[in-house]
Ligand binder design. Sequence first.
Ligand SMILES: [Zn+2]
Length: 381
Amino acid sequence: MLYCARCGLRYPVNIGVWRCICQGELEYDNPHEIVVPDLNDLIPRPCSIWRYREALPALEDEYIITFNEGYTPIITIKYHDIPIWLKLDFLCPTGSYKDRGTSVMISCLKQTGIKSVVEDSSGNAGASIAAYAGRAGMKCTVFVPSDTSPGKLIQIRAYGATIEMVDGTRQDVAKACQEAAEGNHNGETFYASHNWNPFFLEGIKTLAYEIWEQGVRNSIMPNWVVIPAGYGSCVLGAYRGFSDLVNQGKLHEIPRLIVVQAKNCAPVYEAYLRGGTEVLPIHGQRTIAEGIACSNPVRGSEILHAVRASGGVVMAVAEKEIECAAIELAKDGVFVEPTSAVVVAALKRLIDNEVISGNDIALGILTGTGLKATDYYGSRL
Ligand SMILES: [Zn+2]
């Protein structure tokens, strides 16, 4: 069943709704007990998110759409002789961590008979959904802002998706996409939104399971996890996954989550500074961390709750800090999009301020590949 996070109304999974009639976001109520397998049981499993299958929504084998995403490596770099651990999640098949959520979401939609999906995105989510929908044999249309640079659209088009350009703000693009889904009354076209769909978050939980598995096996279980946030799916998936592990006695406590935004567009940071429990919409400015340029996140209050419950903090980093971190990472051989570099910018500041020391294990999640940001790097090098 699905249920509304705001009013509690329940819906069958196969009814094809993407949000509640009260406009609240839907959550997935798994009818099965969520079980993250023991470390020994995991050894022979496939090296993908599906190694944690008992913790994911129940799916028949024939509906699972996968490119063996996940199981990404962790490396270390040093800053002032203090090690920083980095999870290279941009090595997922389409170049971003979003493949974890997309694999689960598209599989669930396929199982419920959806034949066509629409999505609004100009970047990583659009490419990811185009790839998985293509593999699932679904028709896919991605709505994008009309000022999106042509280079970013190539990957989406190459996977076979149709692109619809929309004039106006990011919100206008989302609205056009939602209207396209709602105007389709045969029930076969679905708004497969990475920001609204609860199955997407179910897949992102595997990030936490992997960090736990790799951390315990290699004695590098982090006490800090640093995550970029726009709409916050990476933070929320990680928080829910770590919560599962604590609930099952596999982890003593959730690592402290540090949520990082770009100072130019930081509604969660502003709410955190106010001590608020709700994120209010803002008018953000352009940022090179375009993947997290979100002025009104769907699950803002849950992001604030996750940070506070873990004993973490929300940070905002300036354009200059992001740029320095991106260029330095690339010089270290780690080529990520500027959106991912916010994590390292934040870690450097935390080490400079002696919040993180050599006694800590701080792990940052690098979410997207630099190959999607060649326009940016081309103008800097
Ligand atoms: Zn509701």
